[in-house]
Ligand binder design. Structure first.
Ligand code: PEP
Ligand code: MN
Length: 355
C-alpha cells in the first residue's frame, strides 16, 4: 500500500534537523514536570515529552501518575509555550490525552507489538488530526512496525512518524536495546517520506551513550531525536540511569555535527555504517558458533567420540558452499570461509577435550 504522509511539524517548529523532543521518562510531580520543562525551554527545545501511563515489565513498579499528570502538561504549555507529547496505549488514554490538549501522541514499543491494541487506538483516533509517532515493536519485526503505522493511516491519520528505540534481546550487551540500525534504514527505504526519530535513551540505557548515539542517528539521516531528561536524574522514578539533565542535553545538541544528507558522502557513510553493523553481527555470530562448538566438544568427550567426524564436515562444506553459490558468492570464497571456520572450531574442540 502506498502511504503519503503529511508533515509532523507543528506551527513554529523549524524544519531543520534534528527535531528534538525531550522530557522525563515519567511525569512524577507538578514541580518535577515544570522545573524540567522550564530548563528545557531555555535550551530551545520545543516539544516536551512525559510518560503519564507507564508500561512496566513486572507489576508493583511505578506505573505512572495517570490522568492527574495531564493538567501539569497543560501548565507546561501555558508557562513555556512548548508542545506536549505523551504515550498512549489504550482508547481511554487517547480520550484523556485529547481532552487535556496534548499535541502529539506516541505509541510505545510494547503497544506497537500488539495489533489489537493498535487497532483500538487507531479506531479511537478516527477523525482526529494529530501527529502520532510509532515506536518500533520490542521485537525486530519491520512488518509489525509498518503494520501498526498502516492501522493509523487507514483510520485517516496522515501526520505519522516513527521512533527507533532499539530491540529487546536476551543477552544485554553494551546497549539496553540493540540498535539494529539496518531495520530503521530499511523502514526509510520502504516508506521514504515517513519521518524517523531516534530514541538514544532507550537504545543506550546509559547516560554516557546518549551523545554518541545522537551523533550516529544524525549521520544515518534520522530526522529527529527523542531524549529523556529530568531535572534531577539520579532521583528519577523510572529509567534513571539513562536520563540526563536538560543542561547536558543542551551541550550534546550544541556539539552535534549535522551533515547535509543530500550529499553523496552522506550515502557513503550510511552504507559504511551498515557494513560496520553487519561486521558486528558477523563477529557475534562467530563467537556464538564457537561457544556452541565448545558444548559439542564437551558432549563428545563425555560420550568418548572422536572430535573430527568426516561425514559431518563434508556435509557442512558441500551444503553451505552450494547454498552460498545460489546467493551469488563464488565457491572459492565460500570454501575458504567455511574451511577456516571449521578448522578453528576443530582446534577449539581439541583444546577443550585435552583440558
Ligand atoms: C518511554 O518512552 O518512556 C517508553 C516507555 O519507551 P518504550 O516504549 O520505547 O519502552
Ligand atoms: Mn523511559
Amino acid at each position: 500500500m502506498e502511504m503519503q504522509f503529511q508533515s509532523i511539524l507543528l506551527p513554529g517548529i523549524d524544519a531543520k534537523r534534528p527535531l528534538v523532543i525531550s522530557g522525563p521518562c515519567s511525569a512524577e510531580s507538578e514541580e518535577q514536570v515544570l522545573q524540567t520543562a522550564h530548563e528545557l525551554a531555555k535550551t530551545g527545545v520545543k516539544i516536551f515529552r512525559a510518560g503519564i501511563w507507564k508500561p512496566r515489565t513486572k507489576p508493583g513498579g511505578f506505573e505512572g501518575v495517570g490522568v492527574i499528570g495531564l493538567p501539569w502538561l497543560k501548565k507546561v504549555k501555558e508557562q513555556t509555550g512548548m508542545y506536549t507529547a505523551v504515550e498512549v496505549a489504550t482508547e481511554r488514554h487517547v480520550f484523556e490525552a485529547l481532552k487535556h490538549g496534548v499535541d502529539i501522541l506516541w505509541i510505545g514499543a510494547r503497544t506497537t507489538a500488539n495489533p489489537f491494541a493498535m487497532q483500538e487506538i487507531a479506531d479511537a483516533l478516527k477523525g482526529v488530526d494529530i501527529p502520532v509517532l510509532v515506536k518500533n515493536p520490542v521485537n525486530p519485526d519491520l512488518e509489525l512496525w509498518i503494520g501498526a503505522i498502516e492501522r493509523l493511516y487507514n483510520a485517516g491519520l496522515t501526520r505519522i512518524g516513527a521512533i527507533h528505540r532499539g530491540f529487546s534481546t536476551y543477552d544485554k550487551k553494551i546497549y539496553r536495546n540493540q540498535p539494529a540500525w539496518h531495520i530503521a534504514i530499511e523502514l526509510r527505504r520502504r516508506l521514504p517520506n515517513l519521518p524517523i526519530v531516534c530514541d538514544p535513551s532507550h537504545i543506550g540505557g546509559k547516560r554516557e551513550l546518549i551523545s554518541p548515539l545522537c551523533q550516529q542517528a544524525m549521520d544515518l539521516g534520522f530526522d529527529g531525536l527523542i531524549v529523556e531528561t529530568h531535572c534531577n536524574p539520579d532521583c528519577a522514578w523510572s529509567d534513571k540511569s539513562q536520563q540526563i539533565t536538560p543542561e547536558t542535553l543542551g551541550l550534546i545538541l550544541d556539539t552535534l555535527v549535522i551533515r547535509d544528507t543530500t550529499q553523496s558522502t552522506e550515502s557513503l557513510s550510511t552504507l559504511r555504517h551498515q557494513i560496520d553493523q553487519m561486521d558486528d553481527q558477523l563477529l557475534e555470530l562467530l563467537a556464538k558458533r564457537m561457544r556452541i562448538s565448545g558444548e559439542i566438544a564437551q558432549y563428545k568427550k563425555e560420550h568418548n567420540m572422536p572430535v573430527l567426524q568426516t561425514g559431518r564436515y563434508d556435509e557442512i562444506l558441500t551444503k553451505r558452499v552450494n547454498q552460498g553459490v545460489e546467493m551469488n558468492m563464488s565457491d572459492e570464497f565460500l570454501k575458504t570461509v567455511f574451511e577456516a571456520i571449521h578448522e578453528e572450531s576443530v582446534r577449539h574442540q581439541i583444546e577443550l577435550i585435552n583440558k
